[in-house]
Design a protein around this ligand. Structure first.
Ligand code: 13P
Ligand code: SF4
Length: 303
């Protein structure tokens, strides 16, 4: 990513001038991940980090719900998102009204909402979860029946490991749902010794075919610990690109399902965002209070 050096240098200069911190998700392109981020991580790590930021400005290199979560958890900060159109098919699949419908259908059951939701949906939920703690959060609920929104596949993957009766909303991730067990088996046939590592937003059939399933941080940690000769990361394209240089001994099969939302964040837009100090993410204070309760309860239970 050397061709991006002038942008990287200017962003890093302006970042200091603005006293800003760049929080970036693991799906950012290598030039963002390695070139300008102050902190990289999965959704849970980014949420926890947002609570610790002391600088006045956070630039969220990720999707909109991640920027909202930072604002909710650290409301006195100016939170910038380089492209407010960086959405998420899961976050778009449900509203607070959808949560109310689920509560009406399963009276008394707690609602565990994935962090890939709007602040309104979080505020309407009992607690949040991420891909790294979903099973732990569901198991911690007192009720036998637990409602999970909005990812049906994450819910089914949790249900397969849980003692709870998990009922769920009909949402899915447009990136992970594309993988099929047939794809994975074809890769295995062509690459003997291949280790397949999947994200839990994949279908249960894909998860069953994988050697390991975890959050984006879980996937990175697993590959670092195991150092397989051949690995296939069944998740967004940039993950393998971001870690390949650190792991020259691993031959990565690189199927590429790109998240069109994550890829809306570019160096040019980050630079413009720092230059103009916009677009700023705002959350209605009453909604933010409700969302904060649900996210902080999750963080407390995850420690
Ligand atoms: P992680 O929390 O595992 O990073 O997942 C976020 C996400 O959007 C995956 O598609
Ligand atoms: Fe949403 Fe899927 Fe993109 Fe993650 S990869 S931000 S879940 S659409």
């Amino acid at each position: 990513w050397a061709i991006h050096a002038p942008y990287v240098a200017e962003i890093n200069r302006l970042k200091k001038e603005r006293n800003a911190v760049i929080l970036a998700h693991n799906y950012m392109t290598p030039e963002i991940y390695h070139g300008i981020a102050d902190f990289v991580g999965d959704s849970l790590q980014l949420a926890i980090k947002a609570t610790e930021v002391e600088a006045p400005v956070i630039v969220q290199c990720g999707v909109h719900f991640m920027a909202e979560t930072s604002k909710v958890l650290n409301p006195s900060k100016t939170v910038l998102i380089p492209d407010p159109q960086a959405g998420c098919s899961l976050a778009e699949s449900i509203t607070a009204e959808g949560v109310a419908q689920m509560r009406a259908k399963y009276p008394g059951a707690p609602v565990v909402s994935y962090v890939n939701t709007t602040a309104e949906v979080k505020a309407a939920s009992d607690i949040c979860c991420t891909s790294s703690n979903a099973l732990q959060i569901v198991e911690a609920m007192e009720s036998d029946t637990v409602i999970m929104t909005p990812d049906k596949y994450l819910a089914q993957n949790v249900a397969n490991e849980s003692s709870k009766n998990v009922v769920f909303w009909d949402g899915s991730c447009i990136v992970h749902e594309l993988y099929t067990p047939e794809d994975l088996r074809a890769y295995r046939e062509n690459m003997p010794g291949l280790k397949i590592i999947a994200h839990p937003e994949c279908t249960p059939e894909v998860v069953a075919e994988a050697d390991f399933t975890g959050s984006t941080k879980g996937i990175i940690d697993w590959v670092h610990a195991e150092k397989p000769a051949r690995a296939m990361l069944v998740t967004e394209c940039s993950m393998a690109s971001n870690i390949a240089d650190e792991l020259p001994e691993v031959d990565f099969a690189k199927p590429c399902n790109m998240c069109p939302y994550m890829k809306k964040i570019t160096l040019e837009k980050v630079l413009w965002s720092l230059h103009t100090m916009s677009p700023e993410v705002t959350v209605d204070p009453a909604v933010a209070d409700g969302a904060r309760r649900a996210v902080e309860r999750m963080i407390d239970l995850s420690r």
